[in-house]
Design a protein around this ligand. Sequence first.
Ligand code: NIG
Ligand code: FE
Length: 441
Amino acid sequence: MKISGYEQVLFQREFRIFVHLMSKRILIKNIRQLVQLRDNAPEKVAGAEMSELPVLEDAWLAIDNGLIADYGSMEEFPGISDWNSLEIIDANEGLVMPAFVDSHTHIVYAGSREGEFVDRIRGLSYEDIAARGGGILNSAKKLRATSEDELYEQAAGRIREVMLLGTGAIEIKSGYGLDMESELKMLRVIHRLKDNFPLNIKATFLGAHAVPVEFKDNKRGYIQHLINDMMPAIAKEQLADYCDVFCERNYFTQEETIEILEAAKKYGMKPRIHANQLSNSGGVQAGVQVGALSVDHLEYVGDEEISALKNSDVMPTLLPGAAFFLGLPYPPARKMIDAGLPVAVASDFNPGSSPSGNMMQMLSLVCVTHKMTPEEAINAATINTAYAMELSNSHGSITRGKAASLIITKPVPSVAYLPYYFGQNMIEQVIINGNIISNSN
Ligand code: NIG
Ligand code: FE
């Protein structure tokens, strides 16, 4: 029997769908818009490309074995009569978008610091509080006194919260231990989280987050301890993918940052930097020099930093939760994008400067305070953060073969509605690597 080209296409398509539905198992139908749909996804988007957010109207999407298997328009909705063991989700006119990739957090911490929050309301600055032993050193004191199991339980609770808020991949830093034993404790907790939760996790060693009290008058000694003792121990247990430094006045200088990150590279830890949060610290230039994956914060960025970032592979990352919560000047996001740079947005979830891992809220913040459009904000929090976490092949867009890590929203009229309706949870369901996330995960 001879079949026409059109029939052949139909047959191949049905067969492809049939094969993946034999092995698994979720079909989402009645999607008002499939958002961030890219058949061939770029690894990042920059400048004017950031305002392009491709969508497919009135769509379905099939998940097979934890991956995005196929998608299409409801007009060509495949017949489902033989699809046994298939779970069908009716999106009911909600949007489907890739889960957020949160490329900068400190989600493993002990206790909380709302006392400092109140101190700041009463007039102290973040730096005043740090100068009297609060801030990062306050968290270090609490963390050192907390057992690994207790620390794990606290962090696991926050992981459950952020998964329900749509985070499908997350970077987590150490940096509240500041001694060998406590830094290893933090990194082991991150490892346990990796083993026990469905989301993708990358671990970052941030021993250079602050100088601990016992090295108060001997910063050089602490840097040597980081490089000569901690890094080999971390590398031996393969506990960290990345190394980060807080490059800031009263913390680590540009030269020290470069020294620490160059050493980390030798132990297989790629660099990233807390840069230019409180001053023009030279952190951005250090990031370009050492080939950092990202430079994060960027409240103090001018023409020099922007031109250093141009023609580099470094992902400039905004942390609007911290800028908002500390009342800092906002980074010149518009200027950076208009200069052709890519920009990413992460939560910086931590107990001092951003006690929130709510990425939808971060979208609202960058739209309102940084003048980024909803399309730019979503690109920044998906495809560009995936780049900053080296997950471009698996995350950040709706693409066949990428991880089925998705958000299904409640019925909303448009993409812009999500950051517009700020502070409300418009997420109906989250799927991470093919797992439907519920309160019991
Ligand atoms: O990213 N800036 C340095 N580190 C964290 C805050 C740490 C803290 O206050 O606990 C940040 O904002
Ligand atoms: Fe941070």
